[in-house]
Design a protein around this ligand. Structure first.
Ligand code: DC
Length: 220
């Protein structure tokens, strides 16, 4: 049974809001574990794309999610023995992840795996439904957001830095489509959890956001 006394900080928000960076830094500062829940949806997408799974077959996709052979180790992500940290960041994988994340059976298949990350001394969990569905009793809930233009700029830089090609107009359109899917889906839509602190990082560095989250946590 997951220990519900272990502290959890949830950081939810839209794609490219900077929550991954902020969550990692907050976890480092507190010596907490990190759950990058988006990576689980991306890993499921990558695995399904590679197997040629029918993207309309919810049951088959849930099976892929249930049998993910994933390992997180020192900032690296392994699928089986292969390091896939960069592969899962590709735009087609992100788009597929956003589509399959709308399927209830896929979300259900990843539920237990997400709970298992709650280990001492604590957990920082980043995603879309960390505060609303997975860890509703979290000690601190943060909703991190930023304008779509600021997020497109960040995604552009991330992709170029990783050696992918990128086009600003395509990125903006992709982000808007993904926001619409993530916020309008019937199951676990992206909404701030009740009691969440809202943090708009459009004009804020990641370090400033980290300080704010740590200050909230100290007073939680
Ligand atoms: O945070 P990210 O961009 O890596 O997430 C990839 C996709 O996974 C995103 O489009 C929505 C989905 N996702 C989700 O539905 N629930 C989560 N807790 C995390 C991600």
């Amino acid at each position: 049974m997951p220990n519900t006394n272990i502290p959890v900080i949830t950081i939810d928000g839209p794609t490219a809001s900077g929550k991954g960076t902020v969550a990692q830094k907050v976890a480092d500062r507190l010596g907490f574990h990190l759950l990058d829940s988006g990576a689980l949806y991306r890993l499921t997408a990558l695995s399904a794309l590679r197997r040629g799974t029918d993207m309309r077959d919810e049951h088959a996709l849930a099976k892929v999610a249930e049998h993910l052979n994933v390992r997180f180790n020192g900032g690296h992500i392994y699928l089986g023995t292969e390091e896939v940290g960069n592969a899962i960041r590709a735009e087609d994988v992100g788009n597929t992840a956003s589509k399959i994340a709308a399927l209830p059976a896929v979300r259900q298949a990843l539920y237990g795996l997400q709970l298992s990350f709650r280990e001492t001394p604590g957990l920082v969990a980043d995603g879309r439904d960390m505060g609303t569905v997975i860890f509703p009793g979290a000690q601190l809930k943060v909703f991190l957001t930023a304008s779509v233009e600021a997020r497109a700029q960040r995604r552009y830089k991330q992709l170029i830095d990783k050696g992918f090609s990128a086009n600003m107009d395509d990125l903006l359109a992709d982000l808007q489509a993904r926001d619409a899917r993530d916020t309008q889906r019937a199951v676990a839509p992206l909404v701030p959890a009740e009691g969440a602190h809202i943090l708009d990082t459009s004009q804020m560095t990641a370090d400033k956001a980290v300080e704010q989250v740590l200050a909230w946590y100290a007073h939680s």
